[in-house]
Design a binder for this molecule. Sequence first.
Ligand code: DC
Length: 243
Amino acid sequence: MTSHIPYLELHTSNMKLITIAIDGHSSCGKSTMAKDLAKEIGYIYIDTGAMYRAVTLYSLQHGLITDAGINEEALRQEMSDIMITFQLNVETGRPDTYLNGVCVEKEIRTMEVSKYVSPIATLGFVREAMVDLQRLMGEAKGVIMDGRDIGTVVFPDAELKVFVTASVDVRAQRRYDELTAKGEKCSLDEIRANVIERDRIDSTRAISPLRQADDAIVLDNSNMTIPEQKAWLLEQYRRVASE
Ligand code: DC
């Protein structure tokens, strides 16, 4: 059956509704490819990094992060006051992140938030709250979730798991281009150091460290264009959903 709307065409065919887990290193273009696929096949896209970023922004706004470090006890107490939701932005066609009803899509992408998000994401009580929320958001399937532990912890039974990576230099350059395009002043060296440091913290933390699920397909996109990655992911989806 054909339709002028691509996702209708896919849904009216014999495609199964599945869960797609996209994990990998920071700044390797996971979210771009995940968002594009979600739009194309009519799935819900959840950026789980944005959720950890929103908790970090809340902590900064409420003085829970100071030179002395993170006030873990206060954050633990306040976790139930942190409400994170996503709303589709009709202009971009992509979901925006809301913290307690306020759109924080721009604020959560700053270097300041990037600097503190990995330590916040190592805290067990933060992870538990986020994982519960992520499972709730994805329980009906038809969802593409990107993060670090989606295929290993959040949805270990996901039908399609992709582990994305790219070289440190390529990732730092992409992050630099993204931030400067938004008008933020930053240095490539500082971003490169942040990418390396986040890899280290994400991969060595005690709870749910970043690792490739045994049944994930690896994609190194260092030398791929965005349209090439998009086509590759659509192909993987079609293969798995039509099995
Ligand atoms: O994908 P990102 O760069 O926006 O993620 C921000 C941070 O959140 C990153 O340092 C790792 C952490 N994170 C995580 O621990 N688990 C996830 N599922 C997603 C992100």
